[in-house]
Design a protein around this ligand. Structure first.
Ligand SMILES: Nc1ncnc2c1ncn2[C@@H]1O[C@H](COP(=O)(O)OP(=O)(O)OP(=O)(O)O)[C@@H](O)[C@H]1O
Length: 135
């Protein structure tokens, strides 16, 4: 409890310091790091994203195709980080089973699924012509 109070104090000091923008970036980076540490799916998505980037270089995809791939990586990453935030907030607010907690977590997971499925479709549309050209 004492460490929680101390952390709350540190957090307030950070926001009121001379470089509140630097503090905000540090907090945001900590949030991304937490999502990466706690979400196995995010690690898998990062590996798949790196694989897509490697394939993009190997196949020499166009500028527009790069734009699609990079946007997909960003959208999936954002969805997973927001999903992590919702999961943490729900666990804090409703550690016991609750229908609304279930709905919130399911909806957050659904957002990640939509982003991931959409990215797979975009990946197929982008890479299929390059792969077919090689055959
Ligand atoms: N407090 C709760 N009340 C009701 N249902 C819950 C609650 N916590 C979790 N659930 C149900 O269990 C599912 C999995 O929740 P959990 O917190 O284990 O997420 P997770 O498996 O870590 O998700 P992810 O794979 O996205 O990280 C939720 O989608 C929801 O349906």
């Amino acid at each position: 409890m004492r460490s929680l109070v101390r952390r709350a104090g540190e957090s307030r000091r950070c926001g009121e310091g001379r470089f509140p923008l630097a503090c905000a970036f540090r907090c945001a980076a900590a949030g991304i790091a937490y999502a990466f540490r706690s979400q196995r799916n995010l690690k898998i998505q990062v590996v798949l994203g790196l694989a897509a980037v490697a394939a993009g270089f190997a196949l020499g995809i166009s500028r527009v195709d790069w734009l699609s791939i990079v946007l997909c990586i960003i959208v999936v990453s954002v969805a997973e980080v927001v999903n992590t935030a919702i999961e943490s907030a729900v666990d804090l607010a409703s550690p016991e089973w609750h229908e609304l907690a279930r709905a919130a977590k399911d909806a957050a997971a659904g957002a990640v699924l939509l982003a991931s499925a959409g990215s797979v479709i975009v990946g197929l549309i982008v890479f299929a012509p390059y792969v077919l050209d090689l055959l």
